[in-house]
Design a binder for this molecule. Sequence first.
Ligand code: NAD
Ligand code: UDP
Length: 319
Amino acid sequence: MRVIVTGGAGFVGANLTEALLRAGHAVVVVDNFFTGRRENLVGLDALGELTVVDHDVIAPFPDLGAAHRLYHLACPASPPAYQKDPIFTTKTAVLGTLHALEYASSHGTRLLLASTSEIYGDPEVHPQREDYRGAVNTTGPRACYDEGKRVGESLAADFVRARGADVRIARIFNTYGPRMDPKDGRVVSNFLVQALRGEALTVYGDGSQTRSFCYVDDLVRGLMGLMETAKDPGPTNLGNPTEFTIRELVDAVGRVLGTAPRIETRPLPTDDPTRRRPDIGRAKAAFGFEPATPLEEGLRHTAAYFRALVGEGNAPVGR
Ligand code: NAD
Ligand code: UDP
């Protein structure tokens, strides 16, 4: 198949692009390199037919020709990255998704929208099932991303109803792995890079907040599985339901690297969700989704990747 991946130079997008090329598909990456990095794509053209189009999805798509599938991932995902220029983030999430849907519906292309667990905000129910409607602060510093993604889901549903578009919605929970930007400021990249540099790990708040971390290979299998479901199962959580406190993540990083990490406490960012864990029953029922990589194994692979990169200029981004 011919497959478009917007955001294909980013962390998830580049891993997805590699998997699609390995499966024999031709891939067109569309990216403006806002958070994406050209080095994420180095060597992938040896695996198959890869085209890279430098384009900002805030503008309507250029002529990309026909495609069978479009994975719409273009959007900064790390809180420091999406809060750097929140108006750009909202435009990317809303206009970018509008343009992707316009392209897909006019070309008969199936589109998968990369939505997020953030649409649940700071959830009042636990674990989060897809029928939970969320608790988002519409005017807080995370709203540009959370609300932008919520509008993206609304647009996708309206394109299905009004124009018969063929759409899948993936609600992705915290994912980590090789090709993360060492400076992107998310917790797994920060902790591993800090530990490898012999620095203290920056714990925001008291570290009792939880996240459920999914290794990127498991997520990529989930994205491809959801895309290929014959019948749309509706918005579908993708992630690993094993939940850890941030303090437990510190300990796991210590075990993986064989060190006893020092901790430096920083203030908890505004609206930081307290708990987050996906109910993945829908993905299991629709296409047998089951994450296979335990946290410490995934951290070992990710640490090996960061070890090769860590040096001057790659200090983690703090808050
Ligand atoms: P990332 O920041 O590494 O990648 C995002 C990519 O989109 C980058 O290559 C960036 O340059 C590109 N991009 C951003 N704005 C753009 C624009 N206006 N035009 C064209 N390209 C643009 O983030 P990621 O972790 O790879 O996330 C990929 C997608 O998955 C995002 O849509 C994100 O919201 C979603 N997601 C990721 C996670 C996660 O834990 N990684 C969790 C939930 C949702
Ligand atoms: N966090 C932390 N130290 C860091 C970066 C993040 O303690 O250096 C915390 C953050 O406050 C949040 C959790 O780790 O509670 C996950 O943060 P991340 O930015 O990775 O993703 P989020 O789920 O908040 O979008």
